[in-house]
Design a protein around this ligand. Structure first.
Ligand SMILES: [Zn+2]
Length: 219
């Protein structure tokens, strides 16, 4: 009996991380595209001062950490404060043969009242399969983001941003909150809230793949 327990605990301890369905060789590759960088600061807010490029990097690093823990293979388009052109970001995704592309950004508006989360996907007419998958990924990420952050959902929207238009795999762009809104800016700067956003994105990605595998198993 003792021996059985020993082997059982060995199997349990040496297995994949809890909750993960994937084995490393089959792990999908997720591109975490980190918005802006270097001379391109993105949106900025004052009192407290805040730059979009910095929030993108801080949050994206957490997204990578959580996706790593779930067993995914993650490639970031930048991991330092450097400028990466939009075509280069698409090239990184193509070369990595990425399964999906998730771009991390934060929003800004003339109206200081505007707040909440938006997730964009490209409704490419010439590739309906990609458009449908992108929409599913966007819905999944939005659902999990709202669950984690309790922020306002401003909806899943069609967008024509370069990185989600020119990539060839399912792609979404997350606008994780408004730098132009004082309350939201304070939240976005906190590590605690960044963790909630990052967990939401990672959960959404995980849910997207698990739904696909379930469907593939049935058919
Ligand atoms: Zn941006």
């Amino acid at each position: 009996m003792k021996l059985v327990l020993f082997f059982l605990s060995f199997i349990l301890l040496s297995g994949a991380p809890a909750g993960s369905l994937i084995n490393p060789p089959d792990a999908p590759t997720v591109i975490v595209d980190v918005g802006h960088g270097g001379t391109d600061r993105g949106a900025r807010g004052h009192n407290p001062y805040c730059e979009e490029k910095k929030l993108c990097l801080q949050t994206a690093r957490l997204v990578r950490q959580y996706l790593d823990q779930l067993g995914y293979h993650v490639v970031m388009t930048r991991n330092t404060d450097n400028f990466i052109s939009l075509p280069k970001r698409v090239e990184i995704a193509t070369q990595a043969r990425a399964n999906i592309f998730v771009s991390i950004h934060f929003n800004s508006s003339r109206s200081t009242q505007a707040h909440g989360i938006e997730v964009f996907f490209c409704d490419s007419k010439d590739n309906k399969t990609r458009a449908t998958a992108s929409r599913k990924l966007a819905d999944s990420i939005m659902g999990r983001l709202i669950r984690r952050t309790s922020a306002k959902s401003r909806g899943v929207k069609r967008g024509n941003f370069y990185v989600i238009r020119e990539t060839s795999m399912p792609a979404v762009l997350v606008e994780g909150g408004f730098i132009s809104n004082t309350n939201e800016r304070n939240l976005l700067k906190s590590r605690d809230y960044q963790e909630k956003i990052a967990r939401g994105v990672a959960d959404g990605v995980d849910q997207y793949f698990k739904a696909r595998w379930k469907k593939a198993k049935k058919s």
